[in-house]
Design a protein around this ligand. Sequence first.
Ligand code: 9A6
Length: 269
Amino acid sequence: NPGRQWSLKDFEIGKPLGKGKFGRVYLAREVKSKYIVALKIIFKEQIEKYRIHHQLRREMEIQTNLLHPNILRLYGWFHDDERIFMILEYAYGGELYRELRKKGHFTEKQAATYIASLTHALAYCHEKHVIHRDIKPENLLLDHEGRLKIADFGWSVQSKSKRNTMCGTLDYLAPEMVENKAHDYAVDNWTLGILCYEFLYGAPPFEAESQNDTFKRIVNVDLIFPSTPSISSEAKNLINRLLVKDSSKRLSLQKIMEHPWIIKNVDNL
Ligand SMILES: Cc1cc(Nc2nc(/C=C/c3ccccc3)nc3cc(N4CCN(C)CC4)ccc23)n[nH]1
């Protein structure tokens, strides 16, 4: 229950699940209920050092208020002298990108199902004035039924194109982001195009040897469809209508849900 004050003695800590930039995530169990959660532990000195106090606070406020089946829950949080603890939903299926690496690429049906889930989650975020800006396979988890969960906390409220530190890959960033222009919700529509391509081919479309080459390929929308695996024309049509340089011309989230490729490949829409 969200209102309750939690503390470390309420949890038994299990195996480490992974190590993020600012903290580690552990499997944990709430002692009384035996409920399994993931506990993200961030050291306060890291927060001071990287000066992410405001971003972290904002992310946690946003995350606590996002209630959607395809968004990982933040049940609550607590802190002690040197650490902040985030009590997160445990996704039993693990990281989506490991699934992608293992399989090489997903079937059109699987890819369309994940894109539909992401589109629903983003539509929910946008109506709450939250732009994600940083969706990539590393931030996606799967639950025990293989349902997609957006898991990272790089959320930001509608920003006036606040630059986010370009840490990590450019592959998923829209042209207006890499060119540091004002950007809006449509950056997430671009990223859906990137992810759709990566789910179907196993690698993002503008991958290149250097960041500079990736940058050039993004701003030129240098989109090439390999001959294998062979992909339906509807799938290519959706990707072509999302990876559009002019952000106002990208297919809207509503139109994605009505696209023939989604309608054809996704059950229980
Ligand atoms: C927050 C959270 C994580 C989570 N679940 C899982 N996270 C991570 C890896 C997590 C991680 C964290 C930080 C940085 C890198 C990775 N790995 C997982 C691996 C899992 N398994 C069980 C299923 N196997 C097929 C693969 C290994 C299951 C859940 C996992 N639920 N909620």
